[in-house]
Design a protein around this ligand. Sequence first.
Ligand SMILES: Cc1cc2nc3c(=O)[nH]c(=O)nc-3n(C[C@H](O)[C@H](O)[C@H](O)COP(=O)(O)OP(=O)(O)OC[C@H]3O[C@@H](n4cnc5c(N)ncnc54)[C@H](O)[C@@H]3O)c2cc1C
Length: 360
Amino acid sequence: MTGQQRIVVLGAGYAGLSAARRLARTSRDATITVVDSRTEFVERVRLHQQAAGQSIRRWELRELLERKGIEFVRAHVSDLDPAAKRVRLDGERSIAYDTLVYALGSAADRGVPGVAEYARSVATPGDVHALPAGPVVVVGAGSTGIELAAELAESQPDSHVTLLGAQEPGAWLSARAVAHIDASLTRLGVTIRSDAKVVEVLPAGVRLADDTVVPADTVVWTAGFTVPDLARRAGLDVDAHGRIRTDATLRSVSHPDIYAAGDAALVAGPGERPLRMACATALPTGGYVARAIVARARATEPEPLRFRYHLQCISLGRRDAVIQFLEADDTPAERVIRGRAGALVKEMIVRGAGMALGLR
Ligand SMILES: Cc1cc2nc3c(=O)[nH]c(=O)nc-3n(C[C@H](O)[C@H](O)[C@H](O)COP(=O)(O)OP(=O)(O)OC[C@H]3O[C@@H](n4cnc5c(N)ncnc54)[C@H](O)[C@@H]3O)c2cc1C
């Protein structure tokens, strides 16, 4: 390659910002451009707080990036042409790249009937609007559903909150963590149903697999995330969900000038299990991609990604949380931190993630 390497980063979430900032610090002879359809960075991990009526901070992406010498383009990425090495923006203009970082993240999976029409979501900043008072059904007993149900019940004690899931809230965690989540949700007045597979969202409730209907003024869908179909449409090798399949250095297995990080990447973690979609994986995979690109620009082969899990943090309102210690491969260890101490740890970790991205 002659002249400056043109590195284009798609997505200014945790993974894209982490990659772009490290590239700006460490790459020589490269121009770095970040493209995102939003003007502001919003801490996605706090969206359940916003849904419960709290105001959360926002940061201007242009300012955040330009002060680090990174160009910011506010545009919707509509297509990718890997043969021409061009990215189409807003369906009209296009920009060229030598190396692409694909970090377009994820959004709510609206595949179940009625979800798109009647359910709300807290998956992306554009989805979140303060919820009206009145009974709320939260669908999905994963970490997002648990955090949202607790937050709503704590800040709106008059709105009756029901958490519906096909398994116990936090079932993948240790017995102590599960017991604490159950006790905290119960203390906050949340009704928990762990036998409830939702098959349809209705104008005023949800239909379960056994054909019963749970009525609700408001339904919030947290049961599943999906990734943009851009990579699939562009002919990249992707998994059934549309995540880009990557090698041990996070390059697309089909298109080696494209790297992927964060929720939109399929990355082999410890024990060859795919990394789970999380801020806790998006930040390090974004940072790693930058290191791999810089290594190759210097004609050295990067060391493969080495990743291990440490903690999973689930907030239970503003004064309670559960911090689950993890084995390297994401299986839960015995140790947990609960209550106020847990809430403090979680807050410190969320702030730490922001600081790593230059948010002050
Ligand atoms: C309520 C909630 C709480 C959470 N809590 C935690 C937690 O406690 N811990 C944890 O580890 N994880 C948590 N997560 C998950 C975490 O937020 C995500 O895994 C993480 O944000 C993924 O980072 P990312 O950079 O891959 O994608 P994203 O943060 O989704 O960023 C992707 C970016 O790409 C942009 N984009 C997408 N498509 C296009 C397009 N076509 N054109 C232009 N721009 C585009 C988007 O605007 C966005 O800025 C939570 C998620 C939610 C919803």
